[in-house]
Design a protein. Structure first.
Length: 342
């Protein structure tokens, strides 16, 4: 007997929109939230839109290559003589305002949504995370800019701080010219363009840069690099003639970011993978000489209603404080491929 299938079966595509949707009650977001500068640097208070601090330098002790001719000595019984004193120098940075806003209709707040209970609260949390990422980016890349008129005037430029790169390169002429910072008091920038095969990082380039910082008094202990340069630093060990040594203590695996340690001739360098760095640079610093001065900590505000929606704002105001510009620097113009990889 031949079996004849039923043609009267009620199928899902017959019912169509009569079926409830299968929507998970979760929201997935894998956007990275590793803000290493903002999380790692010490926080101090700021009390004005122009945040200032003092730097000083000791008299030169002499040139080791000159030797005895530069040795200080005073004749017995002689009267005291006086050299001109070097005044302290005042550095500054401008406070930088960063804001995120959002506006949610009252209807949307009352709808039965998936993955959340209140759209306003969700957007508030999201804006706060976005704010942290924007602050981190500004701490690295911002260049000083003054605001000269009230913010609601048309075409007004906002006030901006000098970020890490600007301080390291002394790109603000105020620091290099008006304040008279010497080369030994400014950051160290090493450009490798044309100086190595394919302009990629080598152990010699890294140690020459660290030596230049050491000569200025910096005890460099931290390196920040984006993905390509982090891999290139790791691949230095592929060179059989290299003396690079990476120590990765088990206890330090609890750090939010994978950390490598490079034992250089000028101290142990902690190497962080930092997605906000330029791909052709490696930032180098004595980390305890950088702080974040906060004028107004992150504040969430529900703004006045002007209709059937709820407006919100999260805002922060602060600046980067570099206690000693000669304690920071970067290696520039590196290849953006991975050194040591085919």
């Amino acid at each position: 007997m031949t079996f004849v299938g039923s043609t009267g079966v009620l199928n899902s595509f017959d019912v169509g929109t009569g079926n409830r949707e299968d929507l998970l009650d979760i929201i997935t977001n894998i956007s990275p939230m590793d803000t290493l500068y903002l999380s790692g640097f010490e926080k101090v208070p700021a009390n004005n839109i122009s945040h200032e601090w003092l730097v000083d330098i000791l008299a030169d002790f002499g040139d080791p290559d000159v030797g005895n001719a530069d040795v200080q000595a005073t004749p017995e019984g002689s009267d005291a003589t006086f050299d001109a004193l070097v005044p302290r120098k005042r550095l500054c940075n401008l406070s930088h305002i960063i804001r995120r806003t959002f506006d949610v209709s009252d209807t949307q707040r009352d709808i039965n949504t998936a993955g959340l209970r209140d759209e306003y609260v969700y957007q508030l949390r999201k804006a706060t995370m976005e704010l942290a990422r924007f602050i981190e980016f500004a701490l690295v890349h911002s260049e000083r800019q003054s605001q000269t008129a009230q913010g609601n005037s048309g075409g007004v430029l906002p006030r901006k701080m000098d970020g890490y790169y600007a301080f390291a390169a002394a790109s603000d002429p105020t620091c290099a010219t008006t304040l008279g910072l010497s080369a030994d008091e400014m950051g160290t920038v090493t450009s490798v363009a044309g100086s190595s095969p394919d302009d990629c990082i080598t152990e010699c380039i890294l140690n020459e840069h660290l030596e230049a910082m050491w000569n200025k008094g910096a005890m460099t202990d931290t390196l920040y690099a984006n993905a390509a340069q982090k891999r290139s630093l790791s691949n230095l060990t592929l060179n059989p003639n290299s003396n690079v040594r990476y120590n990765i203590p088990v206890n330090d695996r609890t750090v939010v970011n994978t950390v490598d340690f490079y034992q250089s001739d000028f101290g142990t360098q902690r190497i962080y993978l930092h997605r906000y760095q330029r791909n052709d640079r490696i930032s180098t610093m004595e980390a305890n000489k950088l702080r974040i001065a906060v004028l107004r900590p992150v504040l969430a505000v529900e703004l006045a209603k002007v209709g059937s929606s709820t407006k919100g704002m999260v805002e922060w105001e602060g600046t980067l404080e570099v206690l000693a510009p000669n304690a920071i620097g970067y290696i520039d113009s590196l290849c953006t491929g991975v050194a040591g990889c085919p």
